[in-house]
Design a protein around this ligand. Structure first.
Ligand code: J9Q
Length: 246
């Protein structure tokens, strides 16, 4: 449910979201909230009680839309909002189990708080940045959820998808050609030594994760090998590795 249904037209008609619908695995409908307004100006928002700047989404259109669209008590209602709980892969997995989801998009200043409270909605944020509305967050949630619906991904794609949930960032990937504009593919990947490749990949995944997402590294249990690999990385830095001159 949105005040800007046009935003959804492109993304729903490409790639995985398109294929999932074509295969009949999901049905996605976009509803204009203004269809549930009753005044001449099709008013969906109003000034905040208590004063302040900006406008607040009115409860009536949202409640009436949900009343009309709710299929059964099992329908899960999601409100996209900067005040929501952070969206995770785990939540995507939970939402993918639902028979029916209703995603409610609002504009920036937010909803009358009776909307999420009264609807028993799950309030979700996709991250800490300022956006103009919940439409792009809703598409993010939709993409993450739909690809977890059984049958949506091919076998190759499903197998590959697992690695983020393993808790580390992905290792660096390369494809042909072996040298491009003077940039080389690490020699080990061309060596055919599968054990050495697996070790290199684990090491680079650890390096990246510690550099870029130390929060992730703290959440997983490191094996003896992992600890050795991290120690090797530290030694490289000490003895003048990448980024050091001389
Ligand atoms: C509705 N910034 O931001 C991050 N997750 C959701 C949002 C959001 C926003 C504005 C309006 C949702």
């Amino acid at each position: 449910m949105t005040l800007f249904p046009g935003i959804f037209q492109g993304p729903l008609q490409e790639s995985i979201l398109r294929r999932a619908q074509e295969k009949g695995l999901v049905e996605i409908r976009v509803h204009d909230l203004r269809a549930w307004t009753h005044d001449r100006h099709r008013t969906a928002d109003d000034i905040p009680y208590g004063g302040g700047s900006g406008m607040v989404m009115k409860p009536e259109p949202v409640f009436e839309a949900v009343d009309a669209l709710r299929q059964d008590p099992e329908s899960r209602i999601v409100v996209l909002s900067p005040q929501g709980v952070p969206f995770t892969q785990e939540m995507a997995g939970g939402l993918a189990q639902a028979e029916h989801l209703i995603l409610v998009c609002g504009r920036y200043e937010g909803f009358d708080d009776r909307i999420p409270r009264g609807l028993g909605a799950l309030e979700i944020s996709i991250g800490d940045y300022v956006l103009t509305g919940g439409e792009l967050p809703a598409l993010v949630v939709l993409d993450a959820v739909v690809r977890l619906v059984p049958g949506v991904l091919g076998d190759a794609e499903s197998a590959a998808g697992d690695s983020f949930s393993a808790g580390l960032l992905e290792f660096p990937q390369y494809t042909r050609p072996p040298v491009y504009r003077g940039l080389v593919v690490p020699a080990v990947l061309l060596s055919g030594d599968h054990l050495a490749i697996a070790r290199w990949r684990r090491k680079e995944a650890l390096r990246r994760t510690r550099d870029r997402r130390p929060d992730l590294l703290e959440r997983i249990r490191l094996s003896e090998l992992d600890q050795d690999l991290l120690a090797e990385i530290d030694d490289e830095a000490a003895s003048g590795g990448a980024g050091m001159n001389s």
